[in-house]
Design a protein around this ligand. Structure first.
Ligand SMILES: C[S@@+](CC[C@H](N)C(=O)[O-])C[C@H]1O[C@@H](n2cnc3c(N)ncnc32)[C@H](O)[C@@H]1O
Length: 220
């Protein structure tokens, strides 16, 4: 019998991948392929564009972006080993266009205005909550470049760092301060049953946290 855990009409590209591969490589338990597919469409990714996959974990999203959209991806992560990611990238047959980088998102080894797009999937909470972080990140995008962020929704006043969450309006405020225009949003992984009070790894929530997905544009 066909395994249909990832099959969804809204995400035809993700539906082609075997759920075991996607789930084994997803650190948060959310459907990272669906998030990646939404971001890729929303960011209008085209072949050979330069994409920074920030906090890429096991590089599943990077592999997917290369395979499905033909973009060049700098798969950048701090906790996961770049050599292991290279092996995974080779196994997937996309080492011609996915480059594993070991780096801290707060100290990136790239030239200014190098990227057409940046994606941050379930990782922004670990490096992006400083008020000035988006000012820093913006410098790596070309004018007109886009940043797609998805993370777990937090509540005002809660210990969001401990819960691994971000109140969405914090991101919007920082984005505007940094000169980004918020020009896209989706409820693709909204979960009304999540009241944002539990840590995102809670077994009752795994894969069912309320997530925001937004597109920010750096003006030309
Ligand atoms: C929950 S995982 C998400 C991984 C992947 N994007 C996914 O959706 O499966 C968070 C990732 O953020 C990365 N991370 C945390 N702090 C970081 C930093 N300062 N710079 C770069 N990556 C960081 C971790 O290494 C981890 O892989």
């Amino acid at each position: 019998m066909k395994d249909e855990r990832l099959v969804c009409d809204r995400f035809p590209r993700s539906s082609k991948y075997h759920p075991d591969w996607a789930i084994a490589a997803a650190s948060s338990g959310a459907n990272a392929l669906w998030l990646t597919e939404w971001l890729a469409e929303a960011l209008d990714l085209r072949p050979q564009m330069r994409v920074l996959d920030l906090g890429c974990g096991l590089a599943m999203s990077s592999i997917f972006l290369r395979r499905e959209y033909g973009v060049q991806v700098w798969a950048t992560d701090l906790w996961f080993d770049a050599a292991n990611n290279l092996q995974r990238i080779r196994d997937a047959g996309v080492d011609d266009g996915v480059y594993p980088i070991h780096a801290d998102a707060r100290s990136l080894p790239f030239a200014p205005q190098f990227f057409d797009a940046v994606v941050s999937i379930d990782s922004f909470v670990y490096y992006g909550t400083d008020d000035l972080y988006l000012n820093y990140l913006a410098r790596f995008l070309k004018p007109g470049g886009v940043l797609g962020v998805t993370d777990h929704v937090g509540n005002d006043g809660a210990n969001n760092a401990q819960l691994h969450r971000i109140p969405k309006h914090f991101l919007f405020e920082d984005a505007k301060e940094a000169g980004f225009v918020v020009d896209g949003e989706s409820d693709v992984l909204a979960h009304a049953a999540d009241d944002h009070t539990k840590v995102v790894f809670d077994p009752t929530l795994r894969g069912k946290t309320d997530q925001f997905v937004v597109r920010l544009r750096k003006p030309k």
